[in-house]
Structures are given as C-alpha cells and as structure tokens.
Design a protein around this ligand. Structure first.
Ligand SMILES: NC(=O)c1ccc[n+]([C@@H]2O[C@H](COP(=O)([O-])OP(=O)(O)OC[C@H]3O[C@@H](n4cnc5c(N)ncnc54)[C@H](O)[C@@H]3O)[C@@H](O)[C@H]2O)c1
Length: 269
C-alpha cells in the first residue's frame, strides 16, 4: 500500500478496524498500517484475518493484532477491545466499517433481514464505540479529574454511512435507516467524547468496487459510475486514503462531528 501521508504518521498508535477481512475495511487496515499504526483486525473469519495479518506484517508494517468478533455480539466486542488494550495498552482510532446488505423491497423484506442489517451497522458501531470509551478513554478522563484530555494524543472514531442515507435506495430500507442513524449517532458521539478530545466523524461513500457492491451486477455498477461527476465508481483506496487523512490530527484535527460525502459527485449535499 502506497503512503499518502508523511512517513510514520501513526507510528506508536493503535487503531481498530472492523470489516478488515475484505473490501474497504481491509484497505483501511493496510493503509493505516502503512503509516506505522498497529492495527487490530476485526471480522468474522479468524483464518482470513490471520492471512491479512501476515500480508501486512510481510510488507514491513507493524504486525497487526487478530481480534475476530461478530460486531453484534456484545461479549465478543468487549473481548476484542480488551485484547487490543492488553496487547498495546492503548486505542487511538476506531474505524467502524463492517457491514452487510440484504436488499429487497419493503413488501418482500423479512423482519430477520431487517434486524440483521440494523444490528451489524448500527449496533456494531455502538458496541465498539462504547467499549473503546468505557474501557479506555473514560478511565483516562476520570484519572484526569474529569477534565478534558489535553495530552496531545490522537483519538478519533470514523463511522461508515453511505450516500444512500440521504438519497434513499430501493431495496434498502434497513440499510438506509441504519446509515441515517449512524450519521445521527456520529454527532452525539462527537459531543459526548469532546472531553476525551476524541474526534468522531463519518464518511458517506458513493459506490465502491468491493464484494458488497458486486452483488448488484455489472450493468447497475456501470450506471452508478455514469451517475457520478467523476465518471467512475470508487476504488477501495479512494476511501482508505481519505480515512488516513481523517485519522491524522495534523490534517483533520479541526474536523469533528461531521458526515463527509466521498461520492465522486454522485449526490451533492
Ligand atoms: N461498497 C460500496 O459501494 C459502499 C458504499 C457505501 C458505503 N459502504 C459501506 O462501507 C462499509 C464496507 O463495505 P464493503 O463494500 O467493503 O463491504 P464488504 O462486504 O466487501 O466487506 C464487509 C466486511 O464486513 C464483515 N462483516 C459483515 N458482518 C460482520 C459482523 N457481523 N461482524 C464482523 N464483521 C462483519 C464482512 O465479513 C466483510 O469482511 C460498509 O459499512 C458499507 O455499508 C459501501
């Protein structure tokens, strides 16, 4: 993975990335590691995470931590965060990428699928956000006499919305509702975490070339590319490079509580 920031921008830091097994989350993990971060890799399949661990360590980046967890499993999320803290003593960044789709129009949508999609996106984002704060950032705040943590340490959360949260998308009542809720939750998290001096932002991607998008088929994907002002759908690096910039306090230290559209001009917010 090419560097897009100065060398070692995240050296000595620990960043947790969910959905790190494939797609955007995998690219985010590799990009943060390429800038020196120790990355805790979260996804469902431990074997796949071990492959990602060796690929990243083989590239010369710090060896990642394998922290398999279903993001909807409260105990597993607690365990992934505590294992990360045991390994490195800190969490600087939390990137909530894991997601699923179960597209079907409202009349055909099963309640089980609706609940699953809400759970993975919204509940998973909540659980990881809560655990990082409850296990790490809030205790630091208390030790500091409940005063803001003006210690210069990088702390941030990046959540994943989608262009479809604002624009709507047929077949995705569950997905768009989850993403809209994540945008609202991002603003509340930013307000609550101000005392930790942790920035919380979300990105709302347009269509990105990943296994998730491949499910809609090549003709639909070609149409999506034409619907942007950039003339193409995004590659995963369009997202992961931007997240490096958002994670870096030297670039984005004054960006907080925002939902940032990264959609090639498909939707103009
Ligand atoms: N691809 C796009 O066009 C697009 C557009 C807008 C937003 N997004 C968002 O970007 C994020 C990543 O999407 P992607 O395209 O890389 O998807 P993807 O399907 O390629 O990868 C998602 C990853 O999340 C993991 N995951 C799913 N359920 C999980 C669970 N319960 N616990 C732990 N891990 C789980 C999967 O195993 C997979 O590795 C999602 O939040 C998605 O909604 C994607």
């Amino acid at each position: 993975m090419d560097r897009v920031l100065r060398e070692g921008a995240f050296t000595g830091e620990t960043h947790i990335v969910t959905g790190a097994g494939q797609g955007i989350g995998n690219s985010v993990a590799r990009a943060l590691a390429a800038h020196g971060a120790t990355v805790a890799l979260v996804d469902l399949d431990e074997g796949r995470l071990k492959e990602v661990q060796s690929e990243i360590a083989g590239s010369g980046a710090p060896e990642p931590i394998v922290a398999p967890a279903n993001v909807t499993d409260e105990e597993a999320v607690k365990g992934a965060v505590s294992a990360t803290l045991e390994a490195t003593g800190q969490v600087n960044g939390m990137v909530n990428v894991a997601g699923v789709t179960r597209d079907a129009r409202i009349t055909k949508k099963s309640y089980e699928d609706f609940k699953l999609v809400l759970a993975v996106h919204l509940h998973g984002t909540f659980l990881f956000t809560r655990e990082v704060a409850a296990q790490h950032w809030h205790p630091l705040f208390k030790e500091n006499g409940n005063q803001p943590l003006d210690d210069g340490v990088n702390r941030y959360i990046v959540n994943f919305s989608s262009v479809s949260a604002r624009n709507g998308n047929i077949g995705q009542i569950d997905y768009t509702a989850a993403k809209g809720a994540i945008e609202a939750a991002t603003r509340t998290t930013a307000r609550e975490f101000a005392g930790y001096r942790a920035r919380c932002n979300a990105i709302a991607p347009g269509p990105v070339n990943t296994p998730m998008l491949a499910e809609v088929g090549p003709d639909v994907i070609a149409g999506m590319g034409r619907a942007t002002l950039t003339g193409r759908i995004a590659e995963v690096e369009d997202m992961s490079h931007f997240i490096c910039a958002l994670a870096d306090p030297k670039i984005s230290g004054y960006v907080n509580g925002q939902v940032i559209q990264v959609n090639g001009g498909m939707y103009l917010a």
